[in-house]
Design a protein around this ligand. Structure first.
Ligand code: IMP
Length: 443
């Protein structure tokens, strides 16, 4: 069967903790979108591993697949693999031949475009990893795929077509100097060598075929979504979005496993008990102005600083219309709520229950970001809950959570229309209250 883990908000919901928790029952952990913009920290036997591309399951001895929907920077991939090997691990990571390659010029173009857009406050606040420009080339049918790296002649043809165009954009459109990132010969040399290494290490795979065969043999797949629903290219707050589909549909298109197969499995939405946001754009429930101190408290306590960029994250109350939208787009069968402990010990706990837009109450997000910016949150106040011994609570189970916290969670679950599968009450793997293991729900 399959279990798909999806971010319900703006990324950084703590998906890694759930991948950790349930990955033990998976044979293969598969990423289906995004690239090295997704920071996650894995702690195994007291060792901390910071990864941005390699699926976290690879640290735990699972096969890790980067599906065709991913964009792969081979330099990052090999750096992460080399680091893991230096630390005594033996990760088994395979990359879809159909996945697109982040080339050095994509990263340069990401930086130039963001700089240009900043004049009009239109920058997305990207991670600068070349994600958007690589997906642009994929859709523009001028991308370089992992499979192309295995054939030097094909790679040369592709580079000779695309690189002069990129060079012209930098020089003629932006009036800047194009550096060695735009040199066909050196790119060809570097990426032929990369292709050779991928081949020698048996790292390339026909993802849909491979995964389908494994499923037929009765194996379990865990689809590890990166980023979150509200920064999905189709369903998010465009243009302040990433360039892929973190929502559950991406698990099918980004791996070659059919939507009926993904849909017969479990789809778990991961929710952070409040909101955090890296990057720009509106945020109706943002804690700013008079609430700045509250935001600082949550930011420090929750460690809300970007894993990839180190940037302090913006903080807001939980936005329930955003969650209703996420549940509908991905068809959640369950939710996992993280960071509940971070809200403990406050004087008050609120959430954005609905929006007020043009005098009307709205239960879900409007389709344009500009209208979303016009929304005023209708806040609902909850009794606060105290600090408790969270490790003990995790051991005892859901009923051991403070009553006020359970009221908050039960309300959420009702509004989203999906049962609670897990509650995160601390950063350690053991600090999760597990109600349901989705792999155990196989019909
Ligand atoms: P890009 O994915 O680097 O193109 O960035 C586009 C937008 O997505 C920016 O607002 C980023 O801050 C955001 N973003 C990308 N990856 C993540 C993530 O893993 N967590 C949270 N935000 C992200």
């Amino acid at each position: 069967m399959t279990v798909t883990i999806v971010g319900s908000q703006l990324g950084d919901e703590g998906k890694g903790a759930l991948v950790d928790l349930w990955g033990g029952n998976a044979d293969i952990v598969v990423r289906y979108q995004g690239g090295d913009n997704a920071g996650h920290t894995v702690v195994e036997n007291g060792e901390e591993y910071k990864l941005s591309l390699v699926p976290s399951g690879a640290v735990r001895g699972k096969i890790g697949i980067l599906g065709n929907g991913c964009v792969v920077n081979p330099r990052t991939l090999f750096d992460e693999l080399d680091t893991l090997r230096d630390r005594g691990l033996d990760p088994d990571v395979r990359v879809a031949c159909r996945a697109h390659v982040i080339m050095p010029y994509h990263r340069v173009l990401d930086g130039i475009e963001e700089e240009e857009k900043s004049d009009d406050d239109l920058e997305a606040g990207t991670t600068g990893r070349g994600i958007g420009p690589t997906y642009e080339d994929k859709v523009g049918r001028r991308g370089i795929r992992v499979g192309d790296l295995l054939d030097p002649d094909v790679l040369r043809d592709r580079l000779e077509y695309v690189v002069p165009q990129k060079r012209a954009v930098v020089e003629d459109v932006f009036g800047m100097d194009a550096g060695e990132e735009f040199d066909v010969e050196s790119l060809h040399e570097e990426f032929v060598a990369i292709g050779r290494r991928l081949e020698e290490e048996g790292m390339t795979v026909n993802a849909g075929d491979f995964l389908g065969t494994r499923l037929d043999a009765g194996e379990n797949l865990l689809f590890e979504g990166a980023q979150g629903t509200s920064i999905d290219i189709d369903h998010g707050i465009y243009p302040y979005v990433t360039s892929s589909n973190p929502t559950a549909g991406g698990a099918s298109t980004g791996t070659g496993v059919g939507p009926t197969v993904v849909g017969r499995g479990e789809v778990v939405g991961v929710v952070k008990a409040y909101l955090s946001r890296v990057g720009t754009g509106p945020l109706p429930t943002e804690l700013d102005g008079d609430d700045e101190e509250l935001a600082d408290y949550i930011r420090e306590k929750g460690g809300e600083f970007g894993t990839v960029t180190g940037r302090p994250r913006r903080i807001g109350w939980l936005d329930v219309p955003m969650l209703r939208h996420a549940a509908r787009v991905s068809g959640f069968t369950g939710i996992a709520v993280n960071h509940l402990d971070v809200l403990a010990g406050m004087d008050t706990v609120k959430l954005g229950d609905a929006y007020k837009l043009d005098g009307e109450r709205m239960e879900t997000m409007p389709a344009t970001t500009e209208r979303w910016a016009d929304c005023d949150p209708i806040l609902k106040e909850f009794d606060p809950w105290p600090e408790v011994d969270w490790s003990a609570v995790a051991g005892e189970g859901y009923d051991a959570l403070p009553a006020a916290a359970r009221t908050y969670l039960d309300y959420l679950s009702d509004e989203v229309g999906a049962p609670i599968y897990a509650v995160g009450v601390g950063p350690d793997r053991a600090e999760t209250v597990e109600l349901v293991d989705p792999f155990e729900r196989d019909a």
